[in-house]
Write a protein that binds this ligand. Structure first.
Ligand code: GTP
Ligand code: MG
Length: 195
C-alpha cells in the first residue's frame, strides 16, 4: 500500500466540502503540535507532504491525502491550544468534532499522544466522543525519541490503564518517533490491514 503513489487531494474547511465517503479513510487526531503531520510524512516517506512546524495550530484544515486508489489519509487540525485567532480556532474545533463523530467511511482514528505527557483532559474528551460515536480508535505515542526507558514505561502504563475504560479503543498501542523512524513500519502494517 505504501509503495504506491500518495498525493495531496484537498484541504477541507466545511463538512459540505468533504469528498464522497467512498474510500477507506484513516485519520490522525491529537493535540496541537503532537506530531500528526510529521507522522503522515514519516509513514509516506515524503518529507514535505503534510506541512509540519513547531507552531501549535499549523494544520488548520482537514487535509486529504490519497494513498493508492482506495485509501485516504486524513491530517486533522489539532485540538487544545493553538496560535491562531480565537474565532478561527473555534470554527475548526467544531469542524473537527463533527468530522470525528459523523464520517461514515472513517475506518480508524489514530489518536496521537505525546509520549512525554500522556493522556491529558482534552485527549480524554476526544476519546469519549469517539466512544459515543463508535469510531474505532488506536492510540499512538509520538516523539518517543524525547524520553528515556523509565518515563516510557510510566506513560505506557497510564495509557493502557486509561484505554480499559474506552470501548472504542483498540488495545494495541504503537510507540513512534517520526524523527528516528521507530514504530513507522508497524503503523504502516496496521494501516495496510485495514480495508
Ligand atoms: P498542528 O498541525 O499544529 O496540530 O501540529 P501537528 O500535530 O501536525 O505537529 P507537527 O507534525 O507539525 O509537529 C510539531 C513539532 O514537533 C515540529 O517541530 C516537529 O518537528 C516536531 N516533531 C514531530 N514528530 C516528532 C518526533 O517524533 N520527534 C521529535 N523530536 N520531534 C517531533
Ligand atoms: Mg499538523
Amino acid at each position: 500500500l505504501f509503495a504506491g503513489p500518495v498525493t495531496f487531494l484537498k484541504g477541507v474547511t466545511a463538512l459540505e466540502a468533504l469528498p464522497p465517503p467512498d474510500r477507506t479513510e484513516i485519520c490522525f487526531a491529537g493535540r496541537s503540535n503532537v506530531g500528526k503531520s510529521s507522522l503522515i510524512n514519516a509513514l509516506t516517506g515524503r518529507k514535505g507532504l503534510a506541512r509540519a512546524s513547531g507552531t501549535p495550530g499549523r494544520t488548520q484544515e482537514i487535509n486529504y491525502f490519497a494513498l493508492g486508489d482506495r485509501h485516504y489519509l486524513v491530517d486533522l487540525p489539532g485540538y487544545g491550544f493553538a496560535e491562531a485567532p480565537k474565532a478561527v480556532v473555534e470554527r475548526w474545533q467544531r469542524l473537527l468534532r463533527a468530522y470525528l463523530a459523523g464520517r461514515p467511511s472513517l475506518r480508524r482514528a489514530f489518536v496521537l499522544i505525546d509520549a512525554r505527557h500522556g493522556i491529558k483532559p482534552v485527549d480524554a474528551e476526544i476519546l469519549a466522543l469517539l466512544d459515543r460515536s463508535a469510531v474505532a480508535f488506536q492510540t499512538v505515542l509520538t516523539k518517543a525519541d524525547k524520553i528515556g526507558p523509565a518515563a516510557r514505561e510510566r506513560v505506557l502504563e497510564q495509557v493502557r490503564e486509561a484505554l480499559q475504560r474506552h470501548p472504542a479503543a483498540c488495545p494495541e498501542l504503537v510507540v513512534t518517533s517520526s524523527e528516528r523512524g521507530e514504530g513507522i513500519a508497524t503503523l504502516r502494517a496496521i494501516i495496510a490491514h485495514l480495508d
